[in-house]
Design a protein around this ligand. Structure first.
Ligand code: SF4
Ligand code: FES
Length: 248
């Protein structure tokens, strides 16, 4: 199989040594089926073992290989080198996150947001396992199914200008995950999650830019989840005003 040469410009940054990030350029031979992650692996194995980046599954499942490729948040394992043929490919860490080293960003804020929305089924009273599972119809599953495909890659946060301005903003994936549980017929945790997604920096901070949904590699539509969360919250508030006792 014939090989071409890709020119890759990668951000290098070792906080303990470098005053600021800089670019380093590498030449990488590649075949038609190779992706940007393969090029990074080639650089690490053959040219410069100090290059640092995250990856695991190499198949768009683990969500760990996100980077800005030519300015766009993408999975490096899902970006083919031949799509950039004839031009230098710039690979940078995802925007809006502190950089730990080279392409590795600090995920702490995102992880805290995921935990904050309580991403598990909440029941008013747990049924003992021996009484069987909580049943759900295909139609009920359909209500939240797409929002459960998230792989926590954080590309939507890298694309979101509101998160870039205000890191307290709950943001796309965490709100989509909250909505996934709010819409799950087995869950009874709306009262717990609504105050979280409707607080000052929750869903209402979103200004409908929509880039989160454009960059998502799994077809999740976080912007839709945020808008649906707003509607549910507003409807819930009106119901509680009209029917203060149990009006939901
Ligand atoms: S919603 Fe999409 S872009 Fe955002 S973290 Fe989940 S999979 Fe990644
Ligand atoms: S390496 Fe797992 S999603 Fe890219």
């Amino acid at each position: 199989m014939s090989q071409d040469i890709a020119t890759i410009r990668v951000t290098r940054y070792r906080p303990e040594k470098d005053a600021k990030p800089f670019f380093q350029e590498y030449k990488v031979p590649y075949r038609h089926d190779m992706v940007v992650l393969d090029a990074l692996n080639y650089i690490k194995a053959e040219i410069d073992g100090s290059l640092t980046y995250r990856w695991s599954c190499r198949m768009g499942v683990c969500g760990s290989c996100g980077a800005n490729i030519d300015g766009e948040p993408k999975l490096t394992c899902a970006s083919f080198l031949h799509e950039f043929k004839g031009r230098t490919i710039t690979v940078e860490p995802m925007t809006h996150f502190p950089v730990i080293k080279d392409l590795v960003v600090d995920m702490q804020d995102f992880m805290e947001k995921l935990v904050k929305i309580k991403p598990w089924i909440i029941r008013e009273k747990e049924t003992p396992p021996e009484q069987g599972e909580y049943k759900q119809s295909a139609k009920e599953l359909e209500r939240y199914s797409q929002f459960s495909s998230c792989i926590n890659c954080m590309l939507c946060y890298a694309a979101c200008p509101i998160y870039g301005l205000n890191e307290k903003f709950l943001g796309p994936a965490a709100t989509a995950l909250a909505y996934r549980y709010i819409e799950d017929s087995r869950d009874q945790g709306k009262e717990v999650r609504f105050p979280i997604v409707h607080e000052m920096e929750g869903a209402w901070e979103c200004t409908l830019v929509g880039e989160c949904s454009v960059v998502c590699p799994k077809g999740v539509d976080p912007m839709l989840a945020i808008q649906k969360t707003k509607i549910l919250g507003a409807t819930n508030a009106i119901k509680s005003l009209l029917m203060p006792r149990g009006g939901r």
